[in-house]
Design a protein around this ligand. Structure first.
Ligand SMILES: Cc1cc2nc3c(=O)[nH]c(=O)nc-3n(C[C@H](O)[C@H](O)[C@H](O)COP(=O)(O)OP(=O)(O)OC[C@H]3O[C@@H](n4cnc5c(N)ncnc54)[C@H](O)[C@@H]3O)c2cc1C
Length: 493
């Protein structure tokens, strides 16, 4: 058995996938592992900041989704990094006797009764569960998630109530956040069945050091010179012949934007699907095979943004978990979606895509607005002050409450972050998700390529490459560990 672990390995990207890959390889005894990271900081779409007070704000990932079989949940639990009680509690400062609830308001300022909201949300949740549990009827398997939900909701008595259908539109708008999609009419209903929601609370909250505390565990497990920051990779040349005849014959050359070259036996690419969509055709030489380029094109990579508003004082009731906005005609009404598909009119009403404003743990005077899709991308182009003014106007007109001045604003701009270009992956209508995730994850050269090529030159990890846990931090982590294991197995033969 060859147990030499002297392979030279370059990992591109220091998000959860890249860090997990490097940590697994180092732990297995590999000594030649480097991570090239385009940004100054490691973490990628995990971005724990302290913009307002000494308390953290998560601009990217916030929750650990699920417990059983979730390596990040176990890591966090082992290290005592979870909030007591496990499940999300947006209002951690509340006395235990107060149960937080969302306040739903209509455009005319009327508040919708909790009874209607609960009934619609519970039906919505039953319908989406059917899709996630692959229990869709045959006629629903070929339609979009939005169409399936509409057809199913139409059969309910709730659809006949004016408030019921408006809350249903809100539910679809809110689900766009989980799906990172511009609209549920663009998401496949049947493919949701391949996404696996792990058992245990879906929204496990982290303690006062947030996601950064988990990143720190991985960072500490790496030798201090493993990560090279500000090293944006511009080109990966594989099956490289230029070294032939040299004593050290490494088949891969990784070339950075500053022209620095790193030779490697293996490179693990963990850049986001957004970056691959923009750069896959120019980054690799020889070009990626068609199956991989097709996967990059077919899988969706949507944008989800957060708008943090800090007020001079709290103006919402103590038991309020969030202020939710219910429109007379919202962007997830099929008629509105279809009519706005053709022109740019939706840009005028981009703010209608904001679901609402949630209270934020450890920040008693901060609200967090959520927005997705093309509207989020458009919002990213506006000034912070313009976005804040519009949000204050919405809050005032929907609630009728006296809204104090906004003292600070913080907006994520994931869609325009050149090293991410979106938020997370979704499977569009008509796409075979499993096939495309697998094609994306397949290493190069493929088995059918020239037999004289060295094996496992370019490997792919990152949340988009995980068939069941795409979109999540644990999916990213497990994909990195998967590719490390592929190399460990290779060197163990
Ligand atoms: C707003 C938002 C909320 C989220 N909420 C949650 C949540 O609550 N729970 C959850 O589980 N998940 C959540 N996610 C998703 C989760 O953050 C991601 O799935 C996960 O962090 C992705 O990790 P990754 O390693 O695959 O990719 P990334 O984190 O994107 O890492 C890729 C790295 O590659 C670097 N890079 C890119 N191009 C180059 C280049 N050319 N050269 C060198 N380096 C490069 C990037 O800078 C980055 O550091 C959220 C994401 C967002 C944006």
């Amino acid at each position: 058995m060859n147990v030499s672990r002297d392979g030279k390995i370059v990992v591109v990207g220091a998000g959860f996938a890249g860090l997990a890959a490097a940590a697994s390889l180092v732990q297995a005894g590999f000594q030649n592992v480097k991570i090239l990271e385009a940004k100054e900081q490691a973490g990628g779409r995990v971005c724990t900041t302290k913009p307002f007070t000494e308390n953290i704000i998560e601009l990217g990932a916030n929750w650990i989704h699920g417990q059983d079989g979730n390596p990040l949940y176990h890591l966090a639990k082992e290290q005592d990094l979870l909030v007591e009680g496990g499940a999300a509690n947006k209002n951690m400062c509340l006395p235990h006797s107060v149960t937080p609830r969302d306040y739903f308001f209509m455009e005319d300022g009327r508040q919708i009764s909790t009874d209607i909201v609960d009934q619609v949300c519970s039906l919505f949740s039953k319908l989406t569960s059917k899709a996630f549990e692959s229990e869709l009827e045959e006629e629903h398997r070929a339609i979009s998630l939005g169409d399936y939900l509409d057809v199913s909701f139409a059969g309910s008595t709730l659809a006949t109530s004016e408030e019921g259908s408006k809350v249903f539109e809100w539910c679809k708008r809110s689900e766009c956040t989980d799906e990172a999609a511009s609209s549920l009419y663009e998401v496949s209903a049947s493919q949701l069945g391949y996404y696996i929601a792990l058992e245990g609370g879906f929204f496990n909250s982290l303690g006062p050091r947030g996601y950064q505390a988990i990143l720190d565990i991985l960072l500490k497990s790496l030798p201090s010179d493993t990560i090279l920051s500000n090293k944006e990779v511009k080109s990966i040349q594989w099956d490289f012949q230029g070294n032939k005849g040299k004593e050290q014959n490494h088949p891969v050359q990784v070339i950075c934007k500053n022209d620095q070259i790193f030779e490697a036996d293996h490179v693990i690419v963990t850049v986001s699907l957004g970056v691959l969509k923009q750069q896959a055709r120019t980054m690799f030489e020889p070009a990626l095979p068609k199956s991989k380029l097709d996967a990059i094109e077919r899988l969706g990579f949507g944008t989800v943004d957060k708008i943090f508003l800090r007020f001079n004082e709290r103006f919402w009731p103590e038991d309020c978990a969030g202020i939710q906005l219910v429109w007379d005609e919202g962007p997830e009404d099929k008629a509105v979606y279809t009519s706005q598909d053709k022109d740019d009119a939706w840009k005028e009403t981009w703010f209608k895509k904001i679901c609402g404003f949630d209270t934020v743990a450890r920040h008693p005077t901060v609200l967090c607005g959520w927005i997705t899709g093309r509207e989020a991308l458009h919002m990213e182009t506006l000034q912070d002050s313009e976005v804040a003014d519009i949000c204050a106007r919405l809050l005032r007109s929907f609630t009728g409450w006296a809204i104090p001045d906004i003292s600070q604003v913080l907006i994520s701009r994931w869609g325009h972050d050149p090293h991410v270009l979106g938020s997370y992956t979704f499977v569009p209508h008509w796409v075979n998700g499993v096939k495309e995730h697998e094609a994306l994850a397949a290493p190069l050269p493929s088995c059918s390529q020239a037999p004289e090529s060295k094996p496992l030159q370019v490997l792919f990890a990152g949340e988009a490459t995980h068939v069941n846990f795409y979109t999540t931090t644990h999916g990213a982590y497990l994909s990195g560990a998967r590719e490390a294991q592929r190399l460990i197995n290779h060197y163990s033969h």
